[in-house]
Design a protein. Sequence first.
Length: 319
Amino acid sequence: MIQLLQATHGFVALLLRCGLYSALVLAFTLFAQDSPDGSAARSSSAMPPRALFGPNSPEWSEPLAPYHVIGNVYYVGTKGLACFLITTPQGHILINSGLKDTVPLIQASVEKLGFKFSDIKILLISHGHWDHCAGSFDLIKRTGAKYMVMDGDVAEVEAGGKGDFHYAESPGILYPPATVDRVLHDGDEVKLGNAKLISRKTPGHTKGCTTWTFKVEDGGKMYDVVIIGSVNVNGGYKLVANPTYPQIAQDYETTFHVLKSLPCDVFLGAHGDYYGMNRKLARMRDGGPNPFIDPEGYQHYVAQREQAFRTELKRQQLP
């Protein structure tokens, strides 16, 4: 088993939904302690290997009925991959293109809500991993949308994943390259009609991981929306002496500083599991206040993820 884990290290699955496999991860971590050089234990510290669970979670490709989040924000992703549509009279902004195979599902969701897929004018992403941008080439081809990506992830996106600091040698995570029309930097504004989104660079998970913030009006009130890109430390990530990403730990530190400084009423993320989507959808169907208005949940999530990062960093700093 240890040999199998080591042989498949290059194919570690990028399962971003934190906590879903935590029990299995713990079992693999403990089981791998007898690895001669400790590499198996290090590679299993956060995520199970691809050979055992495959590169994609089944939920990433399972349809989910689209729903209204708040104001002009709609969910058009799958059960496992979040995609958000921000609508305006002048056209729409889409955050995340999902997998290549899920673009038709996104299109169906947009149209089910009564909007035209061709009215998507701008495509943004959370970060340059395949589960959030593998569909970008096809989606741009279908809509003609302008592609805007944070500076740290542009090279990777335009190379179809080949530039990733950790997964560059894993062919199973490559995707169709797509040309970036605008390179974003921390604090840049993306405007369309009456929508204004602010890109916050929150690196670590990738070098250009992006958290999106903006205001929406709903029921005569204004709300601050935060869509977290990712703060997960994936299995096999080296936080200490990383030759392909020397400042990775410092970047995570920066990210948590940024996230803790953001005002947040509506907590969303690149995966529904980040913000308890299924639980909140059930509450929404029961009526009552909008469950996505959850500032306490945002603060708790950021604190929990920061603690997970610090625990892993401390483990890697041990002699």
